[in-house]
Write a protein that binds this ligand. Sequence first.
Ligand code: GDP
Length: 474
Amino acid sequence: EGMTLLELSRRTGESVAVLQSILINVGETFSSEFDTISVDVAELLAMEIGINVRRQHSTEGSEILPRPPVVTVMGHVDHGKTSLLDALRNTSVAAREAGGITQHVGAFVVGMPDSGTSITFLDTPGHAAFSEMRARGAAVTDIVVLVVAADDGVMPQTLEAIAHARSANVPIVVAINKCDKPGANPEKVKYQLTSEGIELEDIGGNVQAVEVSAAKSTGLDKLEEALLLQAVDMDLKARVDGPAQAYVVEARLDKGRGPLATIIVKAGTLVRGQHVVIGSQWGRLRAIRDMIGKTTDRATPAMPVEIEGLKGLPMAGDDVIVVESEERARMLSEGRKRKFEKDRLLKAEEARIEEAAARMETESEEGFVRVELPIVVKSDVQGTAQAVADALRTLNSPQVFVNIVHSGVGAISHSDLDLAQACSACIVGFNVKSGSSANLSAAQASVKVFHHRVIYHLLEDIGNLIVEKAPGVS
Ligand code: GDP
């Protein structure tokens, strides 16, 4: 593993010199472009130059084995998602052995002793968790259980769930719930789903529908069977050996144990004592616990575990990667934090610009487009510049937006002209003159410059300008 600096340069299109300067910044030493750099340093470098490479671990020579499916429960509110998860959790032998009092950690496993297989359920019902994870690039869910109440039928959030599953390309298994109720009409639910384009097995499609009652715990074995069948159909497999790749399902802060995260391993094996980077957090795996709180030394694919030893709280959907040392973990985490901060600032700036644009385009109540009047204010003293800016803002109305793009002290300079030209602004000089060269440039740059010593006259001038720009405004 790892590649030379030269190779990385070729792959990223960034010069070796730039890569080297980044390496120096993060305290890495190097002697030549033929130096081999480790995968996480390569990732850090790539990140720094704005390329987000996901590490593809070589699967060569390592065992690829079938893995349990990871399932999310979705459906309309009150159709029984939570009840169904509770009922399913109770079918878990492990949970029963633990006295049924498993702490909520965001996921649980139901083992099938007969076949030696199991199913992992994400324990956060609803669509928000699903889309949140997807938004962060975490494709954790293999199958969606669509819960539809037999006495209520397809409802708006049922359709929303279908849309989510479709857009994520995740197959659906339908659980028609509340079949114990007198008003239950499973056939009607099936008919409705068919109208929504869900190709149920009944009509020759491949979507299974199972009738259940979460309240009476009936049909659960059928549902679990259907999920396993679906999983076999999908031929879910994962590499078992080698460094783990995992996703955070949930994270919380424990008073005594610090930040804890429930994660699900996607591939490889997570081992106690390893150093990990999770999103922009890092830590050493002081302890790994399974869903019933028993400590374990390793976690394999589809196994939800709670990990302890992180320095901070990660977010749901963050990916977990294993790195070889504490130093690397810290370095990668710091690199990511810097990148996240940069992205955050960039986003804030974009939002600001968008908002300004939206403000300009917003139609006033009367149906007029609001006209923006950008102004650069220069004055002899700071207090006056402020007062002039405030006076100009009194001209604001539903039709006019006086935007003071800059206010400062001193003569009107070339940089003021540049700014004004860039923003299509006019310049107001209050008690200041512009130098002769600036005067000339202003004419060339066709920037309007107003000189005044009396606020009243200034407002009169700008008022005329507004009438000129926005006819119909008085
Ligand atoms: P969620 O909003 O989808 O999580 O729905 P809940 O699990 O909170 O259930 C909503 C209501 O339906 C609760 O009052 C449950 O007791 C009830 N309920 C859930 N499943 C069943 C069922 O199979 N049969 C009956 N009769 N009631 C159910």
